[in-house]
Design a protein around this ligand. Sequence first.
Ligand SMILES: [Zn+2]
Ligand SMILES: [Zn+2]
Length: 350
Amino acid sequence: MTARDPVADLRRIAFLLERALESTYKIKAFRGAGSALLGHSPEEIAELAAAGQLKTVKGVGDTTAKAIAESLAGEPPAYLVKLEAEAQKPLAVGGEALRAALRGDCHTHSDWSDGGSPPAEMAFTARELGHDYLVLTDHSPNLTVANGLSPERLRRQLEVVARINERLAPFRVLTGIEVNINEDGTLDQEEDLLAELDVVVASVHSKLRMGSAQMTERMLAAIENPHTDILGHCTGRMVRGRDGRNKEGRPESTFDADAVFKACVANGVAVEINSRPERLDPPRRLLRQAVEAGCLFSIDSDAHAPGQLDWQPYGCSRAEECGVDPATVVNTWDADDLVTWSLDHSYRPA
Ligand SMILES: [Zn+2]
Ligand SMILES: [Zn+2]
């Protein structure tokens, strides 16, 4: 007789830790314990808890055993109560209406590349956040540091996505990729695969310091590629270290922003407003310039863990501040409209 589900409590704890950019080590403990419990019947778990033996389950440690026991006793775990209190404070001020208008997220990673959770967990969480769809955009082959997907692995992922969709309908996982823009402006994935995917985010990840003229040409070639739907984190800057804390950031790449945004308009390509707290890319002056140019936008989390899917308020706040019209944000559109637009970028919802 228990009023609470310990797996749900462990997932919620992990979500809130991810949202707060806490250490991967801590998060893994809670996600791991949650998965471990799923391998046992609720009766078994209750018996182990009654005998004080929860730690005999592989993947359950001191802290997680305590949380599970509290949950089984019908109490919210103390660890969760503390996190919920901290999470009361909104992540960002402003942009609330825009966040409410978002129907999905067009840039997310799973553990198939450098994310922390399987595609299904990302999808479940996106649905819990109120989204209608999630685009799964794992990295492309040449980004070996991020375990980029070979054509074979991406084809296999498409089959996995199809199965998740059978389970989660009407919620939709749209197929996608965050494809590297190679130094010569070509895209780092097979042509026929890019054509098959619902949404292609194209981003620069290497040689970020090349000269402005060369970088501009590189970006223009990618934007003019008919498969590119969204230009990811256009300057590549880091306002702080990747761990989100005190480490050094990284300066913006230099390019002719006027030419780049004009090309986005001409090709119907959306400029990403990347919500990761260490990126916040493009910076405000460039975001305003893109608004002036008449660009489309996509406000994305670039989540590498389920809790990071809740970071879109950072992007929404900046978008509102810089005068972005919600109608020009492609992920305020429904999934059908988004996919129709992505075909040749000429379509706009009525
Ligand atoms: Zn990226
Ligand atoms: Zn990414």
